[in-house]
Each structure stands twice: as C-alpha cells, then as structure tokens.
Design a protein around this ligand. Structure first.
Ligand SMILES: Cc1cc2nc3c(=O)[nH]c(=O)nc-3n(C[C@H](O)[C@H](O)[C@H](O)COP(=O)(O)OP(=O)(O)OC[C@H]3O[C@@H](n4cnc5c(N)ncnc54)[C@H](O)[C@@H]3O)c2cc1C
Ligand code: SF4
Ligand code: SF4
Ligand code: SF4
Length: 405
C-alpha cells in the first residue's frame, strides 16, 4: 500500500471491534492476522506491505456497517423430547436438533469447541453426528473463528451442501457479510445465541491451569451448564485426567460459587465491544436461541428441570428450519416481549461491573488466579441484592394474583 493510501479502518476500531474475524478471512491478500491483546481478545493487525487498499475488509466489518434490524416471524418455547440431548445441551436442545437435521442432509455445521485441554475455544466444522457433541453447549469465553471456518462454510454452500453456522450475534453478522449473496441461499442457516457478552480468553486459560493445579490433574472437559443441579441452578463441571490411573474424575460447583462464573455474570470479564454491542437483534440470523428464563413463572405446568429454549424464527428460512424439527420437540407459542422480559440482554447491552477496567488491568498485568481471587470476590453490590429481592417479591405477587384470577 502507498503511504498516500489510507490504512483500512478495521485496524483503528479499538473497543468497537468484536473480534468476529470476517475482515481477516475476507482479505484477498491474506494481509490481516487476528492478534490477541493482553486479555486474549483478538483484534485485526494489517501487514501494510501486502495490503493493496481494496477496502474489502472494511466492507465486511459488522462494526462498521450496521446490518438492518432482525425481523421476528414467530417466537416460541421449545424443548427436545430426547432427554439425552437435553443433558448434552445448555437449554432446550434446539441447536442439537437443527444441527442434526443439517448433517442428515449432507451438510456441515460450524460451532464452538474446546481445544488445547480446554484452555482455548475455537469454531470448528463438523461433518458427522459423533463429532457434534464437541460444538454443543454454551462455553463462556470468546471463541476464535479462523479463516478455515469461513472458507469451509463457503465451500460447502458452493458445492450445494447445507451449512449451519452457530455463534454469537456478531459472529453470525460477520459470517453473513463474508458470504455475501450466498448467505441468502436456502442452504445457509445462521443461528445466533442470545448473548450478553464474552469473557476474556486469557483469564479463561489461566483459570483452567489453576483448576488443574488445584485438583492435581489437568482439566480434560468442561461443562459450564451442567444440569445435575437443575437448569435454573446449573453448575460448572470440570472433568480432570486423574494423574495416577488416567481415569476421568469430575468436580462441580453451583454457578454462583464458581469464581470464574461469578466474574462472567458480574459483567467484569467481558470484551469491550459487548458493552455497546453492534449486533444486537441485527445479526441477520435466521434463528435466535436462548434460555427461556422466566418461563417457569408463565408455564408452571411444563417440566423445565432439563431446560427450555426461547426460539425466535427471524426469517421465513428460520421458520422452515424449525418446522423441520418441531416434531422432535414439545413447544408452544411465545412472544418477543415475553422472551425479552426474562432476557433483557437480547436487546440491551449489559451494564459493566463498576470496576471492570481495574479488574481487566489486573488480568492484563498477569496477576495469578489466587491473587485475583483474593482481590476480587464479585459479591453482588447492595443495589443488585435489593433489585434481586424486589424481583422475587414481584414474581411472587404475580403468581398470587394469577392464582386468584
Ligand atoms: C457466551 C454466551 C452467552 C450467552 N448468554 C445468554 C444470555 O444472556 N441469555 C440467554 O438466554 N442465553 C444466553 N446464551 C445462550 C444459551 O446459553 C444457549 O446457548 C442457547 O439457549 C442454545 O441452547 P441449546 O440448548 O439450543 O443448544 P446448545 O447445544 O447449548 O448450543 C450452544 C450453541 O452455542 C455455540 N456456542 C457455545 N459457546 C459459544 C461461544 N463462546 N461463542 C460462540 N458460540 C458458542 C455452540 O457451538 C452451539 O451452537 C449464551 C451463550 C453463549 C455462548
Ligand atoms: S484493504 Fe484489502 S488488501 Fe488491505 S487489508 Fe483490507 S482487504 Fe486486505
Ligand atoms: S468487528 Fe470483525 S470484521 Fe470488524 S474489525 Fe473486528 S474482527 Fe474485523
Ligand atoms: S454481546 Fe455483542 S459484541 Fe459481545 S460477543 Fe455478544 S454479540 Fe458479540
């Protein structure tokens, strides 16, 4: 690139960049690499010597080109009949059913899977059912979507095969703009999750090492949404390779007691872009999935112990995709407002932990997990406790009024 030409805008987005990876995948000169900052969040770096100033990276960036608002053809609650699938899923197992359908039609599925002994999370392509388990369940850390995944989805579509890409709203927005017109093909299904934010990959990898050291054996699997203590009061479950006999062993902690989960739920460890999310209800996803929090109050007659999904079919394609699997679920109608009531993060970016910057500075500075735990306990603030109590009273009153009506 000549000195007189401007550098691509993607390199100076700073906190607005959500790390979707679309710019790097789109660059025809492979001049963009995604590099981690001190918290492990990926940002694009351009090799100016290879850049020809074509602007393709800026053109696909969802943070620079706000996509239009998502529609909502219909909203519903759903849970898979298959109890085994529910156990392997975070909510009602709808993702597993949609993915199974795509695979049964010869397609590919892209989702987030643990690598490097669970220290890292990356999107991978799955082509058969036995491999599907790796991309199921919510993993609360930012996943890296590499060029190979973008290209794999595009290749499948060009070959006339179905391709389902699942991820956060910004990742779906990035994949859609990378694919261009191909994303409108009936073969592509974009599925996003209701996402309040993604935590620091650096904090996560340090946490996994700490868990391994504390247990005396490396972590080999993590389930952040174990339902052994229920769906509403889920646990974080760590499976270790026991050092001596090499048999798996597990330890689990109810989410409110797991320090990493407390940091996540306090909005202390989230990426900066999540505080002003560029993709909320504007990812272009055909289907949005979430936990149907609050469902137990409106449908006490439905067993929710293994999870219930909120399903938003945003496009006609999304409606058809859900219809193809609806026979495998118990489901019923819902409203967008009903989903938002239990999940405000569907439409609003979160309020950060008051001392988030200070906490992330400590992470960047390399403080060990024990030192971080000593300094940061993430107890709910007085206002959060009062708000929680008021919410409980409001819910009890609603139920009482409902019973009398
Ligand atoms: C970081 C994150 C935050 C979330 N926040 C909320 C929330 O505030 N409210 C809410 O209702 N729901 C939230 N969810 C979604 C919810 O936890 C379930 O993932 C969703 O309901 C789908 O559940 P399921 O049972 O249908 O399928 P599951 O099998 O649980 O499907 C999970 C899907 O998400 C993908 N995925 C998992 N981890 C990541 C990741 N880190 N990045 C990108 N994709 C990933 C998987 O590949 C899979 O496609 C969040 C999910 C994630 C990943
Ligand atoms: S302007 Fe073109 S060549 Fe330069 S980094 Fe962006 S996509 Fe690559
Ligand atoms: S938001 Fe995505 S496309 Fe835009 S600069 Fe960041 S990684 Fe690149
Ligand atoms: S909150 Fe928004 S920016 Fe953050 S990961 Fe989710 S979709 Fe991306």
């Amino acid at each position: 690139m000549n000195d007189s030409e401007k550098s691509p805008r993607v390199v100076s987005l700073g906190d607005r960049c959500c790390g979707c990876g679309a710019c790097a995948a789109r660059c025809p000169k492979s001049s963009i690499s995604m590099e981690p900052d001190d918290c492990g969040f990926l940002h694009p770096t351009v090799d100016a010597s290879g850049c020809v100033g074509c602007g393709a990276c800026d053109a696909v960036c969802p943070a620079l080109n706000a996509p239009g608002e998502d529609g909502c053809e219909f909203a519903l609650w759903a849970k898979a009949h298959d109890v085994g699938l529910l156990d392997r899923s975070s909510s009602g197992g709808v993702f597993g059913l949609l993915a199974g359908d795509a695979l049964s039609r010869g397609g590919v599925v892209a989702g987030a899977a643990w690598t490097d002994g669970c220290r890292e999370l990356r999107h991978v392509l799955v082509e058969d059912r036995p491999a599907l388990g790796a991309v199921m369940r919510s993993k609360y850390v930012q996943s890296a979507v590499g060029r190979g995944v973008f290209e794999g989805v595009r290749t499948a579509l060009r070959e006339g095969r179905p391709a389902l890409f699942a991820g956060t709203a910004c990742q779906v927005a990035g994949m859609r703009s990378y694919l261009g017109k191909l994303a409108d093909s009936d073969l592509f299904l974009g599925v996003d999750v209701i996402c309040h934010g993604v935590p620091s990959p650096e904090l996560w990898s340090r946490w996994v090492d700490y868990r391994g050291e504390a247990f005396g054996s490396d972590v080999c699997d993590v389930n952040m949404r174990s339902k052994t203590t229920g769906w509403l009061s889920y646990s974080a479950m760590y499976k270790h390779i026991a050092e001596k006999d090499n048999t798996g062993d597990t330890e689990s902690q109810i989410f409110g007691k797991d320090w990493y989960m407390k940091a996540f739920l306090a909005n202390a460890s989230l990426r900066s872009s999540c505080l002003a999310c560029p993709a909320k209800r504007s990812s272009g996803a055909d289907i949005t999935l979430g936990d149907f929090w609050g469902f137990q109050n409106t449908h006490p007659e439905v067993d929710n112990s293994k999870g219930v999904s909120a399903v938003l079919c945003n496009t006609e394609k999304g409606v058809r995709a859900f219809e193809a699997i609806s026979g495998l679920t118990a489901n019923g109608p819902a409203t967008l407002d009903g989903v938002i009531a239990g999940n405000p993060s569907l439409v609003h970016s979160v309020t950060p932990y008051p001392k988030r910057d200070e906490f992330l500075n400590d992470v960047s500075a390399g403080l060990s997990i024990p030192d971080l735990m000593d300094k940061w306990d993430f107890r709910p603030t007085l206002w959060q406790r009062v708000r929680g109590k008021l919410g409980g009273i409001k819910r009890r009153l609603k139920r009482l009024v409902g019973r009398r009506a």
